[in-house]
Design a protein around this ligand. Structure first.
Ligand SMILES: [Zn+2]
Length: 135
C-alpha cells in the first residue's frame, strides 16, 4: 500500500514518490546524473562563450586574420553555442519545473525526450568534426 502511493504534479504527470530502498538508491543516482548533465551542458556553454568573446571577436575586430581564416580556425563554434544555449535552457527549465512541483527526485524530467528534441545539435557536431578532419 505504502509503496503504491501516487502523486500527480500540476501538469498532470503522475509519479510514485515512495519506493523500496533499492529503487530509491537508483532514483538518487538518476537525479545526480540529471543534475550533472545540466551542469556539464551549462559549463560547456560558458566555455564556448569564452571562445567566442575572448578569442573570436577580438581577432575579428583586430582584423589580423580574414573572415575566411577565422572560419577555418573556429569552424561552426557559434552554431554549437546556439544549440547548447537552447538545450541547456530546456534542461534547466525541466529541472526547475520538477522541483517547483515538489518532484525533488526529478522523476518527471524526461531527459531522453529533451535529448531527442535536441538531435539537430548532432548535425552541428558532425559538421564541426568533419571540418576539423579536413583542416
Ligand atoms: Zn523497488
Amino acid at each position: 500500500m505504502f509503496l503504491s502511493v501516487r502523486k500527480v504534479t500540476e501538469s498532470g504527470v503522475m509519479f510514485a514518490p515512495l519506493v523500496c530502498r533499492k529503487c530509491g538508491k537508483k532514483r538518487a543516482e538518476r537525479k545526480e546524473i540529471i543534475a550533472e548533465i545540466v551542469e556539464t551542458e551549462e559549463k560547456y556553454g560558458r566555455d564556448l562563450q569564452i571562445i567566442m568573446e575572448e578569442f573570436y571577436r577580438p581577432m575579428l575586430v583586430a582584423g589580423l586574420l580574414t573572415p575566411e581564416h577565422l572560419a577555418a580556425i573556429f569552424l561552426n563554434v557559434e552554431e554549437l553555442l546556439e544549440h547548447n544555449v537552447t538545450l541547456a535552457e530546456k534542461l534547466r527549465d525541466a529541472m526547475e519545473i520538477a522541483q517547483e512541483q515538489g518532484d525533488e527526485d526529478l522523476l518527471t524530467v524526461n531527459i531522453g525526450k529533451l535529448f531527442l528534441e535536441a538531435s539537430p545539435m548532432l548535425h552541428a557536431f558532425e559538421s564541426y568534426c568533419i571540418r576539423q578532419v579536413r583542416g
